[in-house]
Structure formats: structure tokens, C-alpha cells
Design a protein around this ligand. Structure first.
Ligand SMILES: Nc1nc2c(ncn2[C@@H]2O[C@H](COP(=O)(O)OP(=O)(O)OP(=O)(O)O)[C@@H](O)[C@H]2O)c(=O)[nH]1
Ligand SMILES: [Mg+2]
Length: 225
């Protein structure tokens, strides 16, 4: 099955080139970097490193990821997502990809060890929402890790609506509701390698993401009942 990597990127010129070059090309057939309206050289740097660059001027984490899905080649069997800031290691892509390729799972999430490596308020919020989703929809997750692999046929059936930070949460819940096999594997996590934090490093960013996580989960629950 052909695996394609999707990297949402907003002003990540300092790291995204290195990330694309480090991507294991024996398992990843194509790297799509979605430039989400960057004002720096993100697009040029990514292209020079060997990625296909897709432009999505509408801001939002989900909007960027969705544009990547729209740009997938028709023969892509698995989509892998990785943030552009270097917090997750491209070398660890096989950890989430292999169980999908082996037919053991439909969606594999890279669970992060956040303690000591992520601001306390952000880590606690993520854990809390993950715990509730795990309990409510019976999925074995502790985190909404940005490094993840999903079968493309499943992804297209999910009909994801969120275009902001609820996207990763909605993906898990909708997949669970369709009876998908969901797995979490541990991956490493580090502070972003360079560039400016837009989410967890700022109080406003964290509040926004926390609100998006929770409101998405509640919205899905309402739709379900
Ligand atoms: N915040 C934000 N990130 C976006 C957007 N579009 C794409 N991204 C990318 O999404 C990824 C996640 O954003 P980050 O700012 O790293 O968020 P975070 O991981 O919670 O926080 P830090 O790593 O502490 O900065 C990065 O690769 C961004 O470049 C957007 O509209 N907003
Ligand atoms: Mg980050």
C-alpha cells in the first residue's frame, strides 16, 4: 500500500526542510507540505527539500490537514500526518505506519510522553479530553498525537468538519463510531526545534486549542445522541 506524508506548516521555514529530508523515503512515497499562508520561506524550503507543496490560504490546523487530504494521489492507501516543527521525529514514522500496513489497525496514533516536555497546562488539558474520549467511545488512547497514520479509505468516510484544532479529536471519535481499529503507540516528543510556538507555548493558543478539543468532542456527542 502506498503511504503519503502530509505536513501542515505555518511559518516553519527554519525546520521544515530538515524534516522533509529526514523522512524515510523507503516507506513514504511522497511528502506533501501544506503551506498555510506562511509569510516566511516555508514553501520554497519545503520544495527544495523534495516535497510537493500545496497552498491553503485559509488558516487553521484542520484546514491545512484537509487540503493535504484533497491533494492525495488517487493510489494513496495510507495517509501519515506529521507536524512541521520537528516536535516528532520523521524517523519514527514506521512506528505508526507499520501496524496499518500489516493490516492490524486502521488508525494509529503516536502517543507522546508530555510530562516535562510540554507546558503543564497544555499537557493536562490534552490528557483530560483524551481520557474522556477513551472512556466515552472505548478507544485505547491517552493523547491526540499529531504523528498518526490512517487508511485513506477510512479517512474519506469520516467526513471531518472541523478546520481548526478539533480536527485530530474529530478524527478519533468519528473513526471510533465507524468501528475502526484504533491503536496508540508511544513516540518521542520534544519542544519544537525552531520557529515560534502558536499553540501550547502561549496561554491564548492553549485556551483556543483546549476549547476546540472539548467543543469538538461535545458536538460529536450531541450529533450521536
Ligand atoms: N497554530 C497553527 N498551526 C498551524 C496552522 N496551520 C498549520 N499549522 C502547523 O501545525 C503544526 C502545529 O502547530 P504548533 O504551533 O507546533 O502547535 P503545538 O505543537 O501545539 O505547539 P508548539 O509545538 O509548542 O509550538 C505546526 O506544524 C504548524 O506549522 C494554523 O493555522 N495554526
Ligand atoms: Mg508543535
Amino acid at each position: 500500500m502506498k503511504a503519503v506524508l502530509i505536513v501542515p506548516a505555518l511559518n516553519e521555514a527554519a525546520v521544515v526542510g530538515d524534516l522533509v529530508r529526514r523522512t524515510p523515503r523507503d516507506v513514504i512515497a511522497e511528502v506533501i507540505v501544506v503551506d498555510n499562508g506562511s509569510t516566511d520561506a516555508t514553501a520554497a524550503v519545503a520544495q527544495d527539500a523534495g516535497a510537493r507543496v500545496v497552498n491553503e490560504p485559509r488558516r487553521g490546523y484542520g484546514a491545512a490537514c484537509f487540503a493535504g487530504v484533497t491533494a492525495l494521489p488517487p493510489d494513496a492507501g495510507v495517509a501519515v500526518f506529521l507536524d512541521a516543527d520537528g516536535s516528532q521525529r520523521p524517523e519514527e514514522i514506521p512506528l505508526v505506519l507499520d501496524p496499518v500496513l500489516a493490516g492490524r489497525a486502521d488508525l494509529v496514533l503516536g502517543g507522546r510522553t508530555l510530562v516535562g516536555r510540554h507546558p503543564v497546562h497544555a499537557a493536562a488539558g490534552t490528557r483530560l479530553v483524551a481520557r474522556w474520549v477513551a472512556w466515552r467511545w472505548r478507544v485505547p488512547i491517552t493523547d491526540f498525537g499529531p504523528l498518526r497514520a490512517i487508511r485513506v479509505d477510512l479517512l474519506r468516510r469520516l467526513d471531518l468538519q472541523d478546520r481548526a484544532f478539533g480536527w485530530p479529536v474529530e478524527m478519533v471519535i468519528n473513526a471510533a463510531m465507524l468501528g475502526a481499529r484504533i491503536l496508540e503507540v508511544p513516540v518521542s516528543h520534544a519542544p519544537r526545534l525552531a520557529g515560534r510556538s502558536k499553540v501550547s507555548g502561549t496561554i491564548l493558543g492553549t485556551a483556543r486549542a483546549g476549547y476546540a478539543f472539548l467543543s469538538t468532542a461535545l458536538r460529536v456527542r450531541r450529533r450521536e445522541s
